[in-house]
Write a protein that binds this ligand. Structure first.
Ligand SMILES: [Zn+2]
Ligand SMILES: [Zn+2]
Length: 354
């Protein structure tokens, strides 16, 4: 049996490179030689929290091989795979729906009852090789690099949020959070025709990126009240749509209620670590819509992951400003530390490059 190097996340500050068995290719799957993999906030969550990782993955209970944001080359084909060949460069959609439950049947596989993720349940891109269903592999055009393609998952998350916010030409939009999702949501909102996109964040280096990527104005929440500032910039009108991309222990939603215009929409994408208290009277009297955005799926006959690739191929989305650090697999611990210490390291997206 062939073996390979893989990073296994065991818990807080504990990620180890081990020599493990290479995964076997099922008939409709392919073996992928990984080329680039991003570290996601969800991996950092388990890397920093002293909590049990609630999973039995390919590598055992309470641990997993991270890397759901990745790209690579097709290395071996399952017996029933058509339309792919060895050496094809691919971006891989990590969400695997069962295809049979009521949610999968209507295209919402992000809500699948038996949802599985490559890079959590299955060995992910922080290994030399991993397996994926052939239908999850998207062939990359020559102008899309492996590094950019490793961000397709992040871009698709942002596109889903923008779709759920129903952003239309002329809308004014507030993006709360200037990490990778926030910066992609900014770009996706502009593509969708938003006339003004404001970005609020905590770190100056991230806000600088937002400015470069086309934000109408940026607000540093550390220095000023973002709700007051937004009302000032918009001459007291507020914004039509809000995309929240911070989560954590913050209570941004209560401030967001103040700056959202009547009949406005607020979409949450962040992982909140505690219940929030919000003023429903404000929601009532403004007829606000509050909704959430979880992963991505089909939107209007198209996979949002495919739309993300289309945006990359047409060079409508900038990824290079967001990829701030690259490490080889051997330095995976250092890579996680860099991703965790955002402000000190000025990191946005940290990638493992093979
Ligand atoms: Zn992710
Ligand atoms: Zn399903």
């Amino acid at each position: 049996m062939k073996r390979m190097r893989a990073a296994i996340l065991y818990g807080p500050k504990d990620i180890r490179i081990e020599n493990i068995e290479m995964p076997k290719v099922k008939p409709e799957w392919v073996l992928i030689k990984v080329r680039a993999t991003g570290i996601c906030g969800s991996d950092l969550h388990f890397y920093k929290e002293k909590s049990f990782i609630p999973i039995i993955s390919d590598v055992g209970k309470g641990r997993y091989v991270p890397g759901h944001e990745f790209s690579g080359e097709v290395y071996e084909l399952g017996s029933k795979v058509k339309g792919l060949k060895k050496g094809d460069r691919v971006g891989v959609e990590p969400i695997i729906g069962c295809g049979k439950c009521q949610w999968c049947k209507v295209g919402c596989y992000n809500l699948c009852e038996h949802y599985k993720l490559i890079g959590f349940h299955y060995i992910g891109g922080m290994a030399e090789y991993c397996v994926a269903p052939a239908e999850n592999c998207f062939k990359l055009p020559n102008n899309v690099s492996f590094e950019s393609a490793a961000m397709l998952d992040c871009i698709a998350v942002a596109i889903h949020a923008v779709n759920k916010a129903e952003i239309r030409g002329g809308d004014s939009v507030l993006i709360v959070g200037a990490g990778a999702i926030g910066l992609f949501a900014l770009q996706a909102a502009l593509i969708q025709g938003a006339s003004d996109v404001y970005v609020v964040g905590k770190y100056e280096f991230q806000l600088e990126k937002a400015r470069k990527l086309g934000a109408t104005a940026v607000i540093n929440a550390k220095n000023e009240s973002f709700s007051e500032k937004i009302m000032e910039i918009t001459s007291g009108k507020g914004v039509d749509k809000v995309i929240e991309a911070v989560g954590g222990a913050s209570n941004v939603i209560s401030d967001v209620l103040d700056v959202t215009r009547k009949k406005g929409t607020i979409v949450t994408t962040g992982i909140f670590t505690r219940p929030l208290s919000v003023d429903f009277f404000k929601i009532l009297t403004k007829e606000l819509t509050i909704t959430s955005s979880w992963g991505y799926c089909y939107f209007d006959r198209r996979k949002e992951f495919g739309t993300a690739l289309d945006f990359l191929a047409k060079e409508k989305i900038n990824t290079q400003e967001l990829i701030t650090h690259k490490y080889p697999l051997e330095k995976v611990s250092e890579a996680f530390e860099t991703a965790l210490n955002k402000n000190k390291e000025k990191s946005i997206k940290v990638e493992i490059i093979f």
